[in-house]
Write a protein that binds this ligand. Sequence first.
Ligand code: CP
Ligand code: NVA
Length: 303
Amino acid sequence: MAVRHFLTLQDLTSDELHKVIDSAIALKKAHRDSRQKPVFAGKVLAMIFEKSSTRTRVSFEAGMAQLGGSALFLSPTDTQLGRGEPIEDSARVISRMADLVMIRTFGHDKIERFAEYSDVPVINALTDSFHPCQLLADVQTYVEQRGSIQGKTVAWIGDGNNMCHSWINAAMQFDFQLRIACPVGYEPDAQLVENAGGRVLLTDDPIIAASGADLVTTDVFASMGQETEQQTRLKLFEGFQVNHQLMANAADNALFMHCLPAHRGEEVSAELLEDKKISVVWDEAENRLHAQKALMLFLLNAI
Ligand code: CP
Ligand code: NVA
């Protein structure tokens, strides 16, 4: 059987994604009831991190341990990847020893090259272009809180970044409307927007995007690797903060999501982030654990 990778949400069919979400919800219950079986005994996940992480590292490492397997943390400062060993060689070596590989890196082409040469499934744990694992957790969170996301309206406010791209992919795969509000010049990839057809609306007005939305979501103005742009972006993104005033335009029971880490007072107000009736950011973070356990089980044909 051909090796399956998870580089974007489009690597799984819509049915397969729904299966992963259902399984994540079941795994969460099993974990709470201490019913988790060590089905991954002897299995190893190699985790390559070229950027910082809290949620991704802890959720993959804890998830592997809970399933009875183990995880290796590999940083470029400690491996030959950081000294210039070709990705193609590293992929062939690591995938002969590990059962799964997870990569957080810069250019999306790097993870594609790794996957091409890997004998085992490769999971995208964030590139400059996509963050599909976060979307599994976010959709799981919406389903748990409000039921199916199909036919709902989601508003993305802020930078047309990796998270925004994965929300576009999610709109296609989970069949919901996505309204994206970005400052001019910070829109998501035009080809991706075109592929999404009528499911995506692009505007530079946060109120248009948020009006009647069932879910409003955002992310930092400057992502990892864009630290030198932080001050310029702060000025250009003025008016793109998600706060109670903007949420007043959304549907009555609308939720707020943020992949975290958040910059209070920039893309989100501190009051909204901490508003337990609207903000589900801590559930989103926890669900990284359950959704990725489900994903790993799927990729190793265990669900
Ligand atoms: N949301 C997310 O991926 O967080 P980390 O950068 O902490 O992994
Ligand atoms: N867009 C952010 C997401 C962090 C989880 C970044 O790439 O830094």
